[in-house]
Design a protein around this ligand. Structure first.
Ligand SMILES: Cc1cc2nc3c(=O)[nH]c(=O)nc-3n(C[C@H](O)[C@H](O)[C@H](O)COP(=O)(O)O)c2cc1C
Length: 186
């Protein structure tokens, strides 16, 4: 027997994306977003509410960065999801986050979050809350690279959002090889 839960915004795993922006006066802001993901080879789509400070910043600066939330920074990553830059002027300072300007887009990188996508705004629709960004660059701190210079998820420790229990979880271990394991059945 299956149990029906009705229409819910539930998938596993959901990402924990930290969107960082500059305000018109240059103040950095960040927010937590679970509703989003890759939607083209060099494109990311998210659903972000029109009333967020982040949204106003993106529309003003036409750019944003998207960092992967990490286990080490879970408290700060949750904080930026429950406090708004519209009300809290020192939001990033309170989160303990420091920023460095992206070399590629007019948006800040969060120093404490080692992997980020640097994006240019393609479009935003306030009716549907859909934000689409062009991925201009992906950057990662050397501390989370493996011996071959690739991003190592075991070092990065990205977290996922559990929308059923409202918790954050670490990624689990490798259980298969993509585009390969299925070949056994082809
Ligand atoms: C786990 C989690 C996931 C969230 N996902 C989203 C989301 O996908 N879209 C959205 O608009 N807000 C989302 N939020 C809410 C924003 O992060 C929150 O309203 C934030 O305060 C906005 O900050 P700002 O006004 O400084 O931009 C989420 C919050 C949390 C804690």
């Amino acid at each position: 027997m299956r149990k029906n839960f009705g229409a819910k915004p539930w998938t596993y795993p959901q990402p924990v994306l930290i969107i960082a922006t500059y305000g018109e006066d240059g103040t950095p802001d960040a927010m937590n977003a679970a509703w989003g993901g890759i939607s083209e080879e060099a494109q990311l789509s998210m659903c972000i509410s029109a009333e967020h400070k982040t949204t106003a910043n993106i529309l003003a600066r036409k750019a944003f960065t998207v960092s992967m939330a990490t286990a080490a920074q879970v408290v700060a990553c949750d904080y930026v999801g429950i406090a708004s830059g519209n009300k809290e002027a020192n939001k990033l300072e309170k989160a303990g986050f420091h920023t460095t300007r992206s070399e590629f887009v007019d948006a800040p990188l969060i120093d404490e979050l080692p992997m980020a996508l640097e994006c240019r705004l393609i479009c935003y629709d306030p009716e549907t809350c859909r934000l689409v960004g062009e991925i201009v660059n992906v950057s990662a701190d050397e501390s989370v690279l493996d011996a071959n210079g690739k991003i190592d998820p075991d070092k990065l420790e990205p977290i996922t959002f559990d929308p059923v229990h409202h918790t954050y979880r670490k990624l689990g271990e490798t259980v298969g090889n993509a585009f390969r394991d299925g070949l056994k059945l082809k």
